[in-house]
Design a protein around this ligand. Structure first.
Ligand SMILES: Nc1ncnc2c1ncn2[C@@H]1O[C@H](COP(=O)(O)OP(=O)(O)O)[C@@H](O)[C@H]1O
Ligand SMILES: O=C(O)C1=C[C@@H](OP(=O)(O)O)[C@@H](O)[C@H](O)C1
Ligand SMILES: [Mg+2]
Length: 174
């Protein structure tokens, strides 16, 4: 059985973009926990957060993680999926977890170019460069704990995919 592959990391690291390319390279299904949430609620992340608050969004995204988990799938998670211990344990137990890591200035630069406000309401109320610095400081340890493999997300998408494939085959061989 081919275990699911979970992509984790902060906003803008490329989980959704790389996840689609990786799923094609492997012939796996592609799932995204935020897309699943959007489809099942018919609301954007920003709408859910505005009407129900972040705690409710976090509960919904945990459900979404369980709902999309299936063999032979690449699963792009939301950047905050690792905040809950149960989600970190769930991903590690059910599949291979890849952390797409990039420094906060690279992430902020990508998010400034392509903000996608409906997908990414502010987390701290601070300007984006400061927000990403704060978020990485707070979460880096959680991404590290959850991940089986860390991949440099600053490279071009094709190279990121290639490095994920390499880490996975190394993992299989060992
Ligand atoms: N490796 C990369 N190099 C350059 N730009 C990237 C890369 N990965 C993603 N991006 C861009 O960064 C933005 C956020 O990507 P996305 O896949 O939505 O990230 P995430 O799902 O992790 O928040 C998009 O505009 C995307 O085109
Ligand atoms: O970092 C976060 O807490 C979040 C990241 C977003 O997903 P992406 O990482 O795909 O942007 C989305 O789940 C939500 O806005 C919360
Ligand atoms: Mg995404």
């Amino acid at each position: 059985m081919s275990l699911p592959i979970y992509l984790i990391g902060a906003r803008g690291c490329g989980k959704t973009t790389i996840g689609q390319a990786l799923s094609q390279a492997l012939g796996y299904a592609f799932r995204d926990t935020d897309h699943h949430l959007q489809l099942t609620t018919q609301r954007s992340v920003a709408e859910i957060v505005a009407t129900e608050g972040w705690d409710s969004f976090r509960a919904r995204e945990s459900e979404s993680l369980r709902a999309v988990t299936a063999p032979a799938s690449v699963i792009a998670t939301g950047g905050g999926m690792v905040l809950a211990d149960v989600n970190r344990h769930f991903m590690r137990e059910h599949g291979q977890v890849i952390w797409l890591n990039a420094p906060s200035d690279v992430l902020a630069d990508r998010l400034e170019r392509q903000p996608e406000a409906a997908q990414r309401p502010t987390l701290t109320g601070r300007p984006i460069a400061e927000e990403m610095e704060d978020i990485l400081r707070e979460r880096a340890q959680l991404y590290r704990q959850a991940a089986h493999h860390e991949v440099n997300a600053m490279q071009a998408p094709e190279q990121v995919v290639e490095h994920i494939l390499q880490s996975l085959s190394l993992a299989r061989a060992s």
